[in-house]
Design a binder for this molecule. Sequence first.
Ligand code: ZN
Length: 221
Amino acid sequence: MPPARLAASVLSADFARLGEQVKAVEPHADIIHVDVMDAHFVPPLTIGPVVVESLRPVTDLTLHAHLMVDAPEALLEDFASAGTDIVTFHLEAASDPGRVVRLAGDRGMAAGIAVNPETDVHGVFPYLEGLDNVIVMTLERTGWAGQPFNEEMLPKVEAVRKEIDRRELSVDVVVDGGIDESTGRRCIAAGATVLAAASSVFKASDPGDAARRLSLVARGA
Ligand code: ZN
């Protein structure tokens, strides 16, 4: 299996200096993770396709939009046009997840499905075949950066990894929420292949160095 990778989530970045902050982590991050929240599926309201569009010329890194929104299919066109490489929507937000995966593919994006802490990860198993990734939310509640890691989520990481390997699929398991060097290490041991980190990167005094240290954790160092 290739080494795991680091996704830097701009949720905790300084948006007045977003391009500069992305440049600072670029040497060590593999993916820029954009957390999109609509104030319906989750209470907070964050950012949308215009931010992806602004980041597209700034970086060659993969841009991954994590849609914490109701009716994700309605936003696919806008995210695709903005230059999104990968789009992940929530299992809880889609009445027909298979259809959303197909629609994303039709628009040239790889697709993933995310599960909230209270959702059984087995719900994504019927869709694994066509997926780029599964995001396991590893905090108490979906929607806010800076919450503590919820270690009860580790068995979900193990379960989905086991199923992906059993079926010999190439699907990333992304852990998202409360990821730092210590929790990241445990997630990698449980079978995660992407660490998505927001606060531990962008709230650090030196985001570039924080990304460097986390990328070493991802690579098993
Ligand atoms: Zn996310």
